[in-house]
Write a protein that binds this ligand. Structure first.
Ligand SMILES: *Cc1c(COP(=O)(O)O)cnc(C)c1O
Length: 437
């Protein structure tokens, strides 16, 4: 296929194709990309820029990765897709073996689906079906925290921050769930009495809401440790630890959204390890295929899965056309193999160290309110916002970086294989715009 994008192509794009959260009548500029290799995006005009977004937090081991390419090509040459109803295939079995091995013991039943949003919907359905099956039918709503993001399907949307995701646009169609305020205490708070602080500021209001409503709650759903697109916040692990205890005490399932944090991004394989807890259900997506194609997994404990099967339906009422797609599973399986070799751990900790040394000092800039860092995540929250996305993006590209800020956040999620010099390009690009917000 001819990959050159002409002016006429771009006009077609702007007139006919919706981009994420964009307007068709007043579209933002789009940049033609013709190739991507390692951590670099190749723009059609010849510039090669360091991707600081990991393509929305998906790419782990680089674009055009020879091992992932080979896994995809091998699979295409045997079977790209086959229905999952009544059929078993090796890529899904090998992938799920690895997932079960990587996750703590009780989490060992896997539902494969197409996207992060759907993995959340599946987790919510599992909780509803579980309580229906064991006869606790009043447990049919969810508790979450504000400033969360869980995706754009209606189930997932119903637990996204109601203001950010504009629930009001949907005229009452969005299911009503409960929201507690977002935890305030930062992950790296070094107050010697930090746990007491978390108890007072974060646990107390959450626990009150949970105690008052536990009879109607099937699940608590939240992102582990890092709240992504809903607020780019990093909360203290003691909060998650206490949420786990409260869920156990009041018989509510804990569903953790690790779509963005899972598989190494925060410096642990799963972010819930920072709190030393195990959820009842965990959702993975984004980086599962190393950023190659869309795939997600919802993994539950055997207790939850068997509970569902003992209920009136006798099975999980979920199944999709592309469930367990062999091509996506084969690439994900190879990506898990790369992860299990363990290099990610040094890569992420090296990135984190450099972020502390070179990004953290930007906090002194008068236009910056806070810099937050965990693993391969660096967030600069600015106090002049909303930022001018199009203008900033142009300047970042001139500085050799692909960074897409929004609202009050200029943030980077570097690809794990980013070198120190390449990371410096990203950090310098951010530093270079702060005077002009
Ligand atoms: C991106 C994201 C989702 C949704 O995933 P999609 O693949 O976009 O549907 C859910 N939860 C979190 C935390 C995410 O970052």
């Amino acid at each position: 296929m001819n990959t050159i994008i002409t002016q006429a192509d771009l006009e077609f794009d702007q007139k006919h194709i919706w981009h994420p959260y964009a307007s068709l009548t007043n579209p933002l500029k789009v940049y033609p990309v013709t190739k991507a290799n390692g951590v670099y995006l190749h723009l059609q005009d010849g510039r090669e820029i360091v991707d600081g977004m990991a393509s929305w937090w998906c790419i782990q081991h680089g674009y055009n990765n020879p091992r992932l390419n080979a896994a995809a090509i091998d699979q295409i040459n045997s079977v790209s897709h086959v229905m999952f109803g009544g059929i078993a295939h090796k890529p899904s079995i090998e992938l799920c073996k690895k997932l079960v091995q990587m996750l703590p013991d009780p989490l060992d039943c896997v539902v494969l689906a197409d996207s992060g949003s759907i993995s959340i919907d599946v987790g919510m359905k599992m909780a509803l079906q579980y309580y229906n099956a064991i006869g606790k039918t009043s447990k049919n709503t969810f508790l979450t925290i504000e400033k969360g993001f869980h995706g754009d399907a209606f189930g997932a949307l119903s637990i996204c921050d109601p203001k950010n995701s504009m629930h009001t646009l949907y005229g009452g169609f969005v299911p009503q769930n409960l929201f507690s305020k977002a935890p305030e205490v930062y992950f790296h708070n070094d107050d010697p009495n930090v746990e007491q602080l978390v108890e007072e500021l974060d646990v107390a209001p959450f626990a009150k809401l949970l105690r008052e409503n536990h009879e109607s709650l099937a699940g608590v759903v939240m992102e582990s440790i890092v709240q992504g697109a809903g607020g780019l916040r990093i909360y203290h692990p003691h909060f998650l630890k206490r949420v786990r205890q409260l869920c156990t005490e009041y018989d509510i399932l804990l569903i953790l959204d690790e779509v963005a944090t899972g598989l190494g991004r925060t410096g642990k394989l799963f972010a819930f390890e920072h709190a030393d807890i195990i959820p009842d259900i965990v959702c993975l997506g984004k980086a599962l295929t190393g950023g190659y194609m869309t795939l997600s997994a919802t993994i539950s404990t055997r207790k939850v899965s068997e509970g569902i099967c003992h209920g009136p339906a006798g099975r999980l009422m979920h199944g999709q056309t592309f469930m367990g797609n062999p091509l996506a599973c084969a690439v994900a399986n190879e990506n898990m193999a790369i992860l299990m070799e363990g290099k990610w751990e040094q890569q992420v900790s090296r990135i984190e160290k450099q972020l502390f040394e070179e990004l953290a000092p930007l906090e002194k800039h008068p236009n910056v309110s806070e810099v937050r860092i965990l693993g391969a995540i660096g967030i600069v929250e600015v106090n002049r916002f909303p930022v001018k996305v199009e203008e900033l993006q142009k300047r970042f590209i001139e500085a050799g970086a692909w960074i897409r800020p929004f609202n009050k956040w200029i943030y980077i999620y570097p690809i794990f294989t980013t070198t120190a010099a390449e990371l410096r390009v990203l950090i310098k690009a951010i530093a270079s715009v702060l005077d002009d917000l």
